[in-house]
Design a protein around this ligand. Structure first.
Ligand SMILES: Nc1ncnc2c1ncn2[C@@H]1O[C@H](COP(=O)(O)OP(=O)(O)OP(=O)(O)O)[C@@H](O)[C@H]1O
Ligand code: SF4
Ligand SMILES: [Mg+2]
Length: 387
């Protein structure tokens, strides 16, 4: 962004807007652990532009799946939800089940990590995809079958006519995941949420699934929220990245900025192993999040402090005395509130585009929820150094 970024950028209407989203399980009820509430998601904000891919990363238990289920309106009744989720300008929080059912599949869809649990084992692939098309698009049986075959082709399934008559157990894991994607995009939803869509698959199959997702974005303009532990996947497909820690967003940045100069100590810990200079490791696996010493804190409190402080080498009194909010930490963009000392800037995830309306990920602000963010690069990658 230029110093006068606002003059060269126009605001693109987001397809999905998540504002101050919080999810608590078992508050004031027997449900929570030991009777205490679990604050699974705490004040999450992001926006998604048309055709954009936002990767959501973070260690296990950080609230990635719960926040996705909250957006889809699929949380169990033990969950208490607050905040706002707007899809194409329509508020979904508080909407009735009937309206949510209409929206799901048609305007927003989700693919899950384990396709076997989401596909019906006793119905053929053709019947399952066809039913979605008949219910949401009013197609007759013949039209639905033809469209289902087109969808299988779109997601890279060879011999689609034969596959339509097969049952899920007759397909490989990769093929089942492709069918899940075909089901999810059957009604051309504006937003697709993919929760670890490649984790259970081997490396070659993973690459194929990623190609399918890229293809959907490029050909249909689908916006994608991609939840993953896999930093190779992030680098490959994402425009922007949201890093979550203990239910909170701690860093948000265009993908190249996050890899080149992560600002939050947690993100730097996650990336340090894969950004190490020197020759690439021999193993062909994609880099995955590394272990950081210490544990993700229990989610039964909402401290007015940085939740990463117990694991952070830079922690000081300020970190344990007050909660840093996600803010613009680029010295050129940021302003500091004279009274509170809080760094302020563009609100989390606000999307800008160039005047052509092109996708906006690379123009998004770089934000970190940290009192003492790093502003230097971590280390240069072996590709950059040529070592
Ligand atoms: N139904 C539930 N009742 C109570 N707590 C829950 C429920 N579902 C999730 N949680 C808790 O919410 C927190 C966030 O869970 P979530 O599944 O979103 O993590 P995640 O970031 O998706 O992790 P992973 O990478 O392992 O999938 C966890 O502490 C989890 O135990
Ligand atoms: S706010 Fe403090 S404890 Fe938290 S990540 Fe930043 S430096 Fe570390
Ligand atoms: Mg999960």
């Amino acid at each position: 962004m230029t110093a006068t970024g606002a003059t060269t950028a126009t605001t693109t209407k987001p397809v999905l807007g998540v504002r101050d989203l919080s999810v608590t399980f078992g508050a004031q009820a027997k449900g929570g652990r030991g009777g205490r509430p679990v604050h699974a998601v705490d004040g999450l904000c992001y926006e998604l532009a048309p055709g954009e891919v936002l990767a959501v990363v973070g260690e296990s238990g950080c609230g990635k799946s719960v926040s996705a289920m909250a957006v889809m309106g699929l949380l169990p009744s033990t969950a208490q939800l607050s905040g706002s989720v707007t899809l194409g300008g329509r508020e979904l929080v508080g909407a009735g089940e009937k309206e949510l059912r209409r929206v799901r599949g048609k305007d927003i869809a989700m693919i899950f990590q384990e396709p076997m649990t989401s596909l019906n084992p006793v119905l053929t692939v053709g019947r399952q995809v066809g039913e979605v098309l008949r219910r949401h698009q009013g197609l007759n049986r013949r039209e639905a079958r033809e469209r289902a075959a087109e969808l299988l082709t779109l997601v890279g399934i060879p011999a689609p006519d034969r596959r339509l008559d097969e049952y899920p157990h007759q397909l490989s894991g990769g093929m089942r995941q492709r069918v899940m994607i075909a089901l999810a995009v059957a009604c051309d939803p504006a937003v697709l949420i993919a929760d670890e869509p490649t984790t259970a698959l081997d490396v070659t199959v993973q690459a194929g699934i990623l190609e399918v997702l890229k293809n959907l974005r490029n050909r249909l303009g689908t916006s994608i929220v991609l939840i993953t532990h896999d930093l190779g996947v992030v680098a490959d497909i994402a425009d922007r990245v949201l890093v979550m820690y203990a239910g909170r967003a701690v860093e948000h940045a265009p993908v190249h900025e996050l890899f080149a100069a992560p600002r939050h100590p947690y993100t730097r810990g996650l990336l340090s192993a894969v950004l190490r200079p020197g020759p690439a490791p021999d193993n062909a696996d994609r880099p995955r999040l590394t272990e950081i010493p210490g544990l993700v804190p229990s989610l039964d409190t909402q401290p007015d402090a940085c939740t990463f402080a117990p694991r952070c080498a830079r922690a000081d009194e300020q970190c344990t005395a007050s909660r840093p909010l996600l803010g613009d930490t680029d010295p050129d963009d940021a302003a500091t509130d004279a009274t509170t000392g809080v760094i302020t800037g563009t609100p989390a995830g606000v999307i800008t585009s160039d005047t052509t309306g092109a996708p906006t990920g690379t123009h998004a602000p770089h934000q970190a929820a940290c009192w003492h963010p790093h502003r230097d690069a971590l280390v240069r990658t072996h590709q950059e150094t040529g070592q």
